[in-house]
Ligand binder design. Sequence first.
Ligand code: NA7
Length: 538
Amino acid sequence: MPTPKFDAVIIGAGFSGMYQLHSLRDRLGLKTKLLEAAEGVGGTWYWNRYPGARCDSESHSYCYAFSKELIREWEFSERYPEQPEIMRYLNHVADRFDLRRDIQFNTRVTGARYDAEANLWHVTTDAGESFSATYLITAVGCLSTTNVPDMPGLASFKGRWVHTGEWPHEGVEFTGKRVGQIGTGSTGIQAAPVIAETAAHLTVFQRTPNYSVPARNAPLTEEFRRHVRENFDEIREVMHSNTNGHAFRISERSVFDVSPEEREAIYEAAWEKGGLQFRANFSDILTDLRANETAATFVKRKIREIVKDPATAELLAEIDHPYAAKRPPIDSGYFETFNRPNVSLVDVRANPIESITADGVRLRDGTEHKLDIIVFATGFDAMTGPLLRLNIEGRDGLALRDVWSAGPRSYLGLQVAGFPNLFTVTGPGSPSVLCNMPVAIEQHVDWITDCIAHLRANHIARIEPAPEAVEDWSEQVNVAANETLLPQASSSWYLGANVPGKPRAFMPYAGGMARYRQICDEVAARGYAGFELSAEKV
Ligand code: NA7
């Protein structure tokens, strides 16, 4: 059978792939195919169906902004959208823009190879199919390759184990069960309170204690929804002008511009208001350790106030990294959960998990926790994992895995040297996970679409970054990270430190979304400076 040939192949039908398909097909008129491993749209939200799964971005900012009609016709019901509602939204988008006719579901990409002579990407799938395209766009998300720790004995476990990032669609019944949850990142912090409601007993295995601020989720009032409908342009302006793509402004005052009493009152009000804005009350929380300590001390005090058992409170509050240096979770009753009689906390830093037995989890000191279900809330091989498992080969058989063996290197997180016409939406080296994702995604997709339009209008066959541009950008990614406290959380997935053997490199661009947008716009305006463009006939 001849290989179907497309102008563009997109991998992944989450927020980014869906908008990329709409842009290339409906704006540029390209013959485009989207390949998706799942049987439906949704990306991250398709897989992450664990109890309590909810977005940390507020719903009025966690949506596409490219279509006024879409904004007018869709309303989320709560301050933070819950996973099923996000899925309804993305399915609505797929229907509204008639995306499904160009999406092939149940199709996992297993390889992609650049053919320099034909100037084509050849994409292969798990069903043995092949597709060819001039442009290959990865829209595979940053947190889509699950990290199940290699714990001896897992295969011998007689109960059931699940990872939050590949949650069974039919759900998991916890009623009457002894449940062990490993991991206390954003996911574990969302899941534990919900699991505890029905489990006979929940044991939370904590390696690194984590900060969390109350989300204060609530239904949205009609008044607020009207405000969003009538003021979306201004809301978008705020999202585009700040560092993190959220719909709230970041204060310009320093922690030390106010008296300790005033600061306390500001933190208290922010705690009551809830959400990621907690970080936005001062300008220097993420850049000055002394400033950060004031926020850290406040949250630790709150944890000790909430949790009644002093030993448990200490285990939860003895946090070893600056506030928000790891991804800052927000929660709905996480610390309160440890006041329930059916919940216990186990410190696996002092006494690590040694093995999984037939009956549960055994720690180094020989203690065994008997369990019926183990929930791995152990996160992801973030950012590079989803790209590397595509087995991408560029010019002359160059493997992306080899190019990135010491950590990812790219130009603007958009392209890699040696991989012509390959674009990576929210790739490592772009703000991605440090930004409200839809804002980061729309900027990348718009930039890529404009770039492809430019190539076609000017009969340019190939675009790829100059090696010096990659060097320079990698340096800028490092500099931007080191201007913040983020690299100080040594076990963070931003650094790749959560996956054994993964190279340590700070992966997202921490210089802020607004600055990044400006840099990308300038690069395009200067004729794609830093990229090598080659004409049709070379
Ligand atoms: P995270 O943030 O990577 O959290 C994973 C958690 O699992 C974290 O507490 C880890 O402890 C723990 N973990 C991982 N491996 C082990 C082993 N082997 N033993 C014990 N504990 C372990 O993933 P999430 O899913 O919570 O969040 C990812 C993002 O998804 C989140 O930020 C949102 O953006 C959505 P550690 O800290 O490594 O000591």
